[in-house]
Design a protein around this ligand. Structure first.
Ligand code: NAD
Ligand code: WQD
Length: 374
């Protein structure tokens, strides 16, 4: 929708300029599409720790421009470099930050805990300090269902205990949530929403943007798609002896575009209310097993996924799905996409881009470091 229409219909967002950290990443880039379409000006930053890109910019954000027909301002910047981030706040009147930037590989976090604590915790501390010094107190934070640990009841509501986590990555999310609690109690100017995502999958329906991490990945959907493409020989199913209907692990898979609309809903709430700190689950409320997901994927893509059953993966939980009633009641947000659409859209992205984004000589019209490179 163009700005003129938004003004005419009186739905111009109150937060104009949104800083999106980790904007070149999987969820960040999809969210930028919805933010731009909702009339926000986006300033995105990323250090390319887990996204394709270079000094010329981000191919994902270039594609976002293609989808939306709007310019996206991008800075290659690292949250660990305070002066870089401070300069961006000096240049742009940031109204609110959506903080996606983090390292997220569970296995790597167990091998390199200091890297994860430094990047995720120090990155967040730097960001909060810079925000405060620039009088920006509005934030949406990417949290995770991983903060719940092994569920004591299902579906999981936001008041389920947190902190009983088996991996370092998950603990960084938990520690940050605790930090945000302390901050919002100590300083009432802060207005923060922490969104606990369940299992984001799928891609933008255009097939132009999707998931293309530069680090080794182990998540089910991208791995399954690699098998379907013939790039990996077999999908290992970790455990078929769980106390679930078919013995395989159960998760709440959510389409990445539903997740994106959840962020726009969170911004709307923050722009109209002072919430202090609020936490919301973003999930569909439906549990789907590994076997079920494989069957749907095979059906909608007309492919065959060879399976190999192995022992349970260390640290995996049995089953987890969300109670998303709070987000429905307070954010006025519900998911729209089916499991079939999650698989179809991911497959479209994979088949249109079997090697992911172009890796070299990225010609981008994205505004890089404040200057247009087109
Ligand atoms: P992603 O790795 O695709 O995106 C994160 C981006 O942040 C990457 O592009 C990376 O290069 C960037 N980044 C990391 N450290 C940075 C730093 N110090 N400075 C600047 N940029 C930095 O991951 P994603 O799947 O898009 O996840 C986005 C957020 O959502 C993360 O915080 C993640 O922990 C959280 N989350 C993800 C999932 C999931 O399954 N994908 C589930 C729950 C929560
Ligand atoms: C899903 C199901 C596996 C791969 C991870 C993070 C969590 C959160 C979401 C960020 C499980 C099974 C998987 C494979 C398989 N991320 N599986 N074979 O483990 O729910 O959560 O991503 O916050 O923190 O831990 O997601 O996609 O890895 O696994 O059988 O090759 O698929 O055992 O049951 P998970 P996943």
């Amino acid at each position: 929708m163009c700005i003129k229409n938004l003004l005419q219909t009186g739905t111009m967002p109150r937060f104009k300029t949104i800083l999106v950290t980790g904007g070149a990443g999987y969820i960040g880039s999809h969210c930028v599409v919805d933010l731009v379409n909702a009339g926000h000006e986006v300033v995105a930053i990323d250090n390319f720790a887990n996204a394709v890109g270079d000094d010329e910019g981000s191919p994902a954000l270039r594609r976002v421009e293609e989808i939306t027909g709007k310019k996206v301002t991008f800075y290659k910047a690292d949250l660990l470099n305070k002066s870089q981030i401070g300069d961006i706040f000096d240049k742009h009147p940031i109204d609110c930050v959506i903080h996606f930037a983090a390292l997220k590989a569970v296995g790597e976090s167990m091998q390199q805990p200091l890297l994860y604590y430094q990047n995720n915790l120090l990155g967040m501390l730097n960001l909060l300090e810079i925000m405060r010094s620039h009088n920006c107190f509005q934030m949406v934070f990417s949290s995770s269902c991983t903060v719940y640990g092994e569920p004591k009841h299902l579906p999981i509501t936001e008041d389920h205990p947190t902190g009983n986590i088996t991996n370092v990555y998950g603990r960084t999310k938990y520690f940050i949530e605790e930090m945000l609690k302390d901050l919002s109690i100590a300083d009432k100017r802060w207005n923060i929403i922490s969104l606990r995502y369940f299992n984001p999958v799928g891609a933008h329906p255009s097939g132009l943007i999707g998931e293309d991490p530069t680090k080794e990945f182990t998540n089910l959907m991208p791995f399954m798609a690699q098998v379907a493409l013939g790039k990996k020989p077999v999908l290992t199913v970790f455990g078929n002896d769980y106390q679930t209907p078919d013995g395989t692990g159960v998760r709440d898979y959510i389409h990445v575009m539903d997740l994106a609309s959840g962020h726009v809903a969170a911004l709307n709430l923050l722009s109209e209310n002072h919430v202090g700190l609020k936490v919301y689950n973003l999930g569909t409320g439906r549990g789907v097993s590994v076997k079920e997901l494989v069957e749907v994927f095979e059906k909608v893509t007309s492919t065959k996924i060879p399976l190999q059953y192995e022992a349970r993966r260390l640290g995996d939980i049995t089953a987890m799905w969300a109670d998303a009633t709070l987000a429905k009641n307070e954010l006025h947000w519900v998911t729209k996409h089916t499991i079939e659409e999650m698989c179809t859209d991911f497959w479209r992205w994979q088949t249109m881009n079997p090697d992911g984004y172009p890796k070299k000589n990225v010609k981008t019209s994205v505004i890089v470091n404040g200057k247009s490179s087109s």
